[in-house]
Design a protein around this ligand. Structure first.
Ligand code: NAP
Length: 545
């Protein structure tokens, strides 16, 4: 372990939505903090994901901070679903407005974190060779921030340009006149494909699994639209706090199985035409819990694909099958299916023509060589646990987090890992995380963590931990809820199925954002039920702690 050069109350990892809010809340509460960011700028996900077409799939009104009325009133979003660039500028504005940059050390990665049991302090080592001692460790490093490589033989031999959507380069990438291959058709692939069709010489899409893509209906925002939302913004935010998905959307109670065909057709047409992310899931209560109800949506969307895509054999390849609608995150896209009517776009179905290897000239599939000048990997992420397990984290007795999570990530309340005291996870395993509005979830988590740290300071506690029993109970609850849904029928990143060798465990808490918030508040109000709080004998307090 290197020489300790600094001491603070909390180390925060990341300068995205979560990291910035953690810096603000903890600093304002009087804690001495130090944040580290691997990139050279603000933005987290939106800093790294500047690929063509990148934008959020939640309306800007909901996917933004709610903590400051002034911020809400002064920031004018330009589009319903802002681009990655606009989101990055928003976060840069937040960092400047609230003077957060001075707390961040950029271009610095956290390599390891070791808990010192005698002092109740984390010793955190960074890529610049320094060590910081901190009572609390708050890795706000994102749930979709570690790109998953494509695991295809020969990728290093390719002589053209190659990029992963989740690590898009900062230099200007030229597409004109190039033969481009995109591997992957999740949200990132769909957005990239739409943006590049017609902008390059030829686009080849390598599809392993066809996904459900519903219209985004993105549009520019006018001052009148912004005023309309601002008029009831406070109410909208309050409602969002108690809903299942963390947005002010009412969920129905009727079953799709009780609807007449005409009623159902009308609802689905309306969801298709006036789309938003939750559109189809908001039509009936059992879309995500009953196979037959789900099949009605799936078939409706397949019907749309058959109509939009002119060539039946291409349409056939694009039909999502083998998993229920909504169990892999549906993608938003206005032109996705019509892209395949273009002569300069080719769809390669990897189920019938698997990739054999990448060669210097392009990609060899079972049907032969496809020559390419550029390869774009839209192959996803080691989600939810990946950002934490790539840090060498060691808790009580030197136990490694990677060993503890060898059979799947586990937490109590989506906030703490037993025997890794004073380490708070943010929107990670066991929390609603990506299955609710992320910005709302982030604020809820950081508010809870801040309150907990304040209570500890007030009471002179230096350590908070939980037990394996509490983890078992909480994670069992997470599994019990998901079993009542259709989510386990898809090989999704929600259960780590996209990463070879990763244990298949469904990680997000599906009980809803509102219920989760209530439970966290009750636990805190009951004196941090399920947690153990103690004082170290040699309470080596740091700063304000
Ligand atoms: P993803 O949903 O995991 O999709 C990855 C794609 O790559 C899938 O089509 C996958 O096929 C394919 N793939 C992976 N490895 C492959 C291989 N070796 N060979 C061929 N194909 C391979 O990743 P993502 O598109 O980056 O999206 C991840 C999540 O990030 C989204 O679900 C969403 O929550 C978030 N996101 C949101 C937005 C937005 O807000 N609009 C944009 C981008 C991402 P299989 O399905 O067969 O595994």
């Amino acid at each position: 372990m290197g020489t300790t050069t600094e001491t603070c109350d909390a180390v925060i990892v990341g300068a995205g939505f979560a990291g910035l809010y953690a810096i603000k809340r903890l600093r304002d509460a009087g804690f001495k903090i130090q944040a580290f960011e691997a990139g050279d700028g603000i933005g987290g996900t939106w800093y790294w994901n500047q690929y063509p077409g990148a934008r959020v799939d939640l309306e800007c009104w909901d996917y933004s901070y709610s903590f400051s009325r002034e911020l809400q009133d002064e920031w004018d979003w330009t589009e319903r679903y802002p681009t990655a660039r606009e989101l990055m500028h928003y976060l840069e504005h937040v960092a400047d407005r609230f003077k957060l940059r001075e707390h961040i050390r950029f271009n610095t990665r956290v390599d390891s974190a070791e808990f010192d049991e005698n002092a109740d302090m984390w010793r955190i080592r960074t890529s610049d060779g320094k060590t910081v001692a901190a009572r609390f460790f708050v890795p706000a490093s994102g749930v979709l921030s570690v790109p998953k490589p494509p695991e295809i033989a020969g990728i290093e031999t390719f002589k053209g340009e190659a990029y992963h959507t989740g690590r898009w380069p900062k230099h200007d990438v030229k597409f004109e006149g190039k033969r481009i291959g995109v591997i992957g058709t999740g949200s990132s692939g769909v957005q990239t494909i739409q943006a590049l069709a017609g902008k390059c010489k030829h686009l080849t899409v390598f599809q392993r699994t066809a996904v459900f893509v519903v219209p985004a209906k993105n549009h520019a925002l006018t001052p009148a639209m912004r005023e309309r939302v601002r008029a009831t913004y406070a109410e909208r935010r309050e409602i969002s706090k108690i809903t299942r998905f963390g947005i002010a959307a009412a969920m129905p109670s009727e079953s799709a199985l009780d609807a007449t065909p005409e009623e159902m057709q009308m609802k689905y047409e309306n969801a298709w035409t006036n789309s938003q992310l939750l559109g189809f899931r908001q039509c009936y209560a059992d879309i995500l819990s009953n196979d037959d109800a789900n099949a009605t949506v799936a078939e409706f969307i397949r019907g749309k694909i058959r109509k939009i895509v002119h060539k039946p054999h291409v349409a056939q390849k694009l039909l999502p099958t083998g998993f229920p609608f909504g169990t892999k995150r549906p993608c938003l896209g206005d032109t996705y299916y019509s892209v395949y009517n273009r002569d300069d776009v080719t769809l390669v179905d990897l189920k019938t023509a698997p990739i054999e290897r990448v060669v210097p000239e392009g990609i060899v599939t079972a049907e032969g060589l496809i020559e390419l000048d550029m390869l774009i990997y839209a192959t996803g992420y080691d989600a939810l646990s990946g950002a934490l397990t790539r840090i060498d984290v060691r808790g009580v007795g030197g136990a490694r987090l990677t060993d503890k999570w060898a059979d799947g990530a586990r937490t109590y309340l989506g906030l703490m890992v037993a025997s890794f005291p004073n380490l708070f996870t943010v929107t990670g395993p066991g929390s609603p995380g990506p299955l609710a509005n992320m910005s709302m979830s982030i604020e809820q988590h950081i508010d809870w963590i801040t309150r907990c740290m304040e209570d500890m300071r007030k009471n002179g506690w230096t350590r908070i931990d939980t037990s394996s029993d509490q983890e078992d109970k909480w994670m069992q609850g997470v599994q019990d809820i998901v079993k009542r849904t259709l989510y386990l029928k898809a090989d999704s990143w929600y259960l780590g199925a996209n990463v070879p060798g990763k244990p298949k465990v469904f990680l997000p808490y599906l009980g809803g954002h509102g219920n989760y918030r209530k439970k966290c508040d009750e636990v805190a109000a009951a004196g941090y039920e399920g947690f153990t709080l103690s004082k170290t004998k040699q309470a080596k307090t740091a700063g304000a702690t």
